[in-house]
Every structure is written in C-alpha cells, then in structure tokens.
Design a protein around this ligand. Structure first.
Ligand code: PLP
Length: 373
C-alpha cells in the first residue's frame, strides 16, 4: 500500500498504543481534586508547555480544542468586528473561509486576499488591509497546492498598517513540515491539528500570544482556562505531544525525504511525457498538486486504488464541492481543475516511489487518451 494522501490525514505513530494503555489505566477526570487526577492534569500541562516550546511559542498559551476547524472558528470569532473589517485569504481552508462567509452574511465587512503561485503578495496586503481591519487570517501552507506564504514578511507589513490588527495563521499543513518559530513570525494566533502529524483525529489547538484576547465559542465547565469547555481529550492531547516532539525534532531531515519522494513522482511524469502544470511555485516539499488538461481526477483516484496507491483530487474537505477556489485563483481553466490531483507525502512512509510514479503517469496518459478519444 502506498498512502500518498498525507495532507488529509496521517497514520498515527505506533507508540500511541502504549499511551492508550497508560490513559486507560489513569482514566481520571483531570478536573477532579484527588491525587491521581492531579497527575493527569499535570501531564496535560506538560504537554501544553512542550508543544508551545516546539513551535517557539513560549510567550503565549496553547488552548486544546477538538479540531483545527474549531481552533480556526475560535480565532476568528474572538474579535468584535462592529464597524471593523475581517480580511482572509481567498484560498483558506473551509474552516476559515466558511467562518468568514458567515460573518459576511451577518453584516461584517469581509475582504478576500488573492493568491499568486508564490503566495499572498505584499501588494495584496497593502491593497486590502486598512487601519480599520480587526483581524487577518492566512494559512501558512496551502492544503490544496502546498504554496507557502511568507508569514513573517506579511505579518510585518500588516503590523505596519496597524499594530493592533490581530494576525491569525492556520498552520495545520506547516507545523512539523517546515520550520515554525512563532516569536520570529510575529503572529498573534496559530492553529495546529494533531492528525496531520501522525497524532490522533479529534485534537487541535489554538496558540494565542500573551495579552491577545481569545473568547470561547463553547461554554460549560470552564476547562482550558474558560476558553474551551469540555472534559479534555487526555489521550488525544498526550498523543499530540508525542507526535509534535517527534516531527519537530526532525523537520529538516524529514523535509528532505519528502522532497525526494516528490521529485521521484515529477521525474516519473516527465519520463512518461505527461502534459501537466504544477499548481504553485514556492511549495511545501510535502504536497504536489498538478493539473492535467483532459484528465478526470476522480477517475484517476479510483484507477490507482487497484494498485494500492491512494491519492486525492484536491483537499479531502473540498472533494465533494464542485468549485475549487484555490485553483481558480491561480487561473486554472475548468478543464484543468477537473484534471487536478494532489499527491502528499510523509517522511514516516519512506517508500521508494519509482514504480509508483510510473504507474501514476501511465494511468494519467491512459485516462486522457480515453477521454480525448
Ligand atoms: N486547516 C487546514 C489547512 C487543513 O488542511 C485542515 C484539514 O484538512 C484543517 C484546517 C482542519 O483540520 P481538522 O481536521 O483538525 O479540523
């Protein structure tokens, strides 16, 4: 089996099984007062501190949530817009884009930043962000194309316009894959997801810089300092810590493995004369998004299943939707969009992809020939 859809999710690290046993034995509610529960609470607090350290976020706090989707919702909903603007990029994951749309429907002035194949430009920031902007939300790495935004540069520009503007970054496809140092980036809020780095599904986090306000969207027993109520997902949080430690200590080594895997696929496409365009110029080594005129992405996905090769047509979250904001924004035609695929890598599935690349290329050519006749 060749799992090449790691941008949608990743296989949990094996060591998490041991953590399950530990958590099943120490099943106590972390909010209870007796000693055994206090030990569970301490483990959560250590996980919080450690993950902050791995992202260079010691000057802030991490709030655990049930997903990155929830963390993104929380970040954007933390600001009172009144007569102020919300600015998000046009390529955002639905967990940001749809929140922005719902604010727009409720009467908030929302602006959308366009993308180039090298990400959001400073000119775009200058033309859309104003002194009246309350919050800007941008993704660090695009889940659909892998395009990397220069967050440090963009944040600097936003803060020049008005230092009070809150900068939120969705870092789900960045953390553990490219270096992330939040103090250096200068952002105010940063979103993480555990299942994209070989942790478990159902755990995310929002990092918030000291002195930046964050407001709850879920009310209840006051866990997570009142910011996110609900009994903590102890196993999920400890598995998140374990995964975060592993991936952040090997960022450069792993990126090189991913880069080689990506290059092997590109070499296979070239060797077999596939006519394709890569969606994006400055991209993550972990994501290869290509468009092929005349291909049907979903036909390829199913034809590769029989070889045990698993890829995606786009992001998993948008595969059921007909439009594709990311590729439209890059100027791809409807035919190219229908013929788009996303292949995404993990250094922990260290496959030799030479044969796989050949199979993918030959299947693409076969499908294009059948469709074009
Ligand atoms: N943001 C980005 C960039 C993503 O790729 C994803 C998942 O695909 C999410 C947010 C949502 O993450 P979660 O599945 O933890 O809600």
């Amino acid at each position: 089996m060749y799992f090449l859809d790691n941008a949608s999710t990743t296989k949990p690290f094996d060591e998490i099984k041991d953590l399950y046993d530990e958590c099943a034995q120490n099943f106590y509610n972390p909010s209870a007062l007796y000693d055994k529960a206090v030990l569970v609470r301490k483990k959560i607090e250590t996980a919080r501190k450690n993950i902050c350290k791995y992202i260079g976020g010691e000057e802030g706090t991490l709030y655990f949530t049930a997903s990155a989707t929830e963390a993104n919702n929380m970040a954007i909903s933390s600001v009172k817009y009144h007569s102020k603007e919300l600015v998000v990029s046009a390529l955002e994951h639905p967990a940001v884009y749809e929140v922005a749309k719902s604010f727009q429907n409720a009467g908030v002035s929302v602006k959308f930043l366009d993308y180039t194949s090298n990400g959001i430009t400073i000119e775009e920031i200058k033309s859309k962000v104003t002194k009246n902007t309350a919050l800007v939300s941008m993704m660090h790495v695009s889940n659909e194309t892998g395009i990397i935004n220069d967050i440090k540069l963009l944040t600097k520009e936003i803060k020049k316009i008005n230092p009070k503007i809150i900068v939120h970054v969705d870092g789900v496809q960045a953390f553990g894959k490219i270096p992330v140092d939040l103090m250096d980036l200068g952002v105010d809020m940063y979103t993480l997801s555990a299942h994209k780095i070989h942790g478990l599904k159902g755990v995310g986090a929002l990092w918030v810089k000291n002195h930046v306000n964050v407001a709850p969207i879920i009310y209840g027993g006051g866990q997570e300092s009142g910011v996110r109520s609900g009994t903590e997902n102890v196993l999920g949080i400890l598995a998140f810590e374990l995964a975060a430690k592993k991936v952040s200590s090997d960022v450069f080594k792993n990126a090189e493995i991913a880069r080689k895997q990506k290059q092997t696929i590109i070499d296979g496409l070239n060797k077999n004369n596939v006519k394709y365009v890569i969606n994006g110029d400055s991209c993550s080594p972990y994501i290869l998004s290509i468009s092929v005129d005349g291909l049907r992405g979903e036909v390829l996905v199913h034809s590769l299943e029989k070889y045990g090769i698993y890829i995606a047509t786009g992001s998993a979250c948008s595969s059921k939707k007909t439009e594709n904001r990311a590729l439209e924004n890059l100027g791809r035609t409807p035919s190219q969009i229908k013929g788009s695929i996303r292949i995404s890598f993990s250094a922990y599935n260290n496959y030799d992809l030479t044969e796989v690349a050949d199979i993918i290329a030959k299947e693409i050519n076969k499908i294009v020939k059948t469709i074009k006749g």
